[in-house]
Design a protein around this ligand. Sequence first.
Ligand code: UT7
Length: 325
Amino acid sequence: MRLYSRITGTGSYLPPRRLSNADLAAELAAQGVETSDDWIVERTGIRARHFAAPDVCSSDLGLAAARSALQAAGVLAKEIDLIIVATSTPDMVFPSTACILQNKLGANGCAAFDVQAVCSGFIYALSIADAMIQTGAAKKALVIGAEVFSRILDFKDRTTCVLFGDGAGAVVLEASETPGILASDLHADGKHVGILCVPGNVSGGQVLGHPLLTMDGQAVFKLAVGVLDEAARVTLAKAGKTAADIDWLIPHQANIRIMQSTARKLKLPMDKVIVTVDQHGNTSAASIGLALDTAVRDGRVKPGQMLLLEGVGGGFTWGAVLLQL
Ligand code: UT7
């Protein structure tokens, strides 16, 4: 009998400081950077984002999300045998944010590591945890996406700093004889490294290069629309399903126009797409877990439903996971 991995609990966490577009525009104006609520809403669909306090790290946001997912699953931290954290804003260069979070959670001893796939990180982490559960290498996993993107934003660059926010999303994934994750599809194309990156590094006790996010927004937009459609079709085909079988599409929350385009290509109405980008902004690896948990808790996403999760981001990376909740 095939062994599946099933999501048995979801959780998320947003830091309390919420900035509407108007709040952010006022802060930027004080530094001579001009933007507006109208521009941000029209081009991205974003209305607000949350920023973490200076002493709060990805592991803190991820810890809160993980605790909430564990509670929803009815699983104790000590029962967890695998922790994967997807993040591009780790607490330290090393050790991994997963190890730091594991200690804060009190799940010491289990395998713990980070996945770096930028905004596709949650999809990558979920696929890896699924594979480890299918082989018997793990039985109860925590998959967490956690980011403090506010730390790597250039607040003098209005083309990027209005887009991102901080937050965390988590799921408990357990071995099960019933589905479960049905199929996944992961890709990367490193020739696009330069279109979305933080090109700095730590060397000789100093930060070398530019340690803030840079992006060619239009190039990312065009690539994202194409690869998301393909990943969706390949993943559905692997499971012998079609777009008509999907109850909810839960895409990476970067830009409402990318989500609309993906839905249109799959012939899915927008009322089958979970949208949280308006309230969260782009939280990179946290966004899909955050969107999933939001929709579970507000009652839209229900047990037994078919979900297609999709991510795309720096690398360039992309992928999808099809699952029955
Ligand atoms: O997580 C995955 C990573 N990221 C993404 O998925 C982002 C993908 N890309 C996008 O979402 C869009 O390309 C953006 C939202 C980043 C930009 O939207 P756009 O429709 O491609 O705008 P644009 O770059 O063509 O800029 C249009 C105009 C420019 O002015 P001019 O040259 O036409 O006079 C920009 O300078 O909008 C201006 N602009 C702004 N104006 C007010 C750019 N940013 C802002 C701003 N406020 N924040």
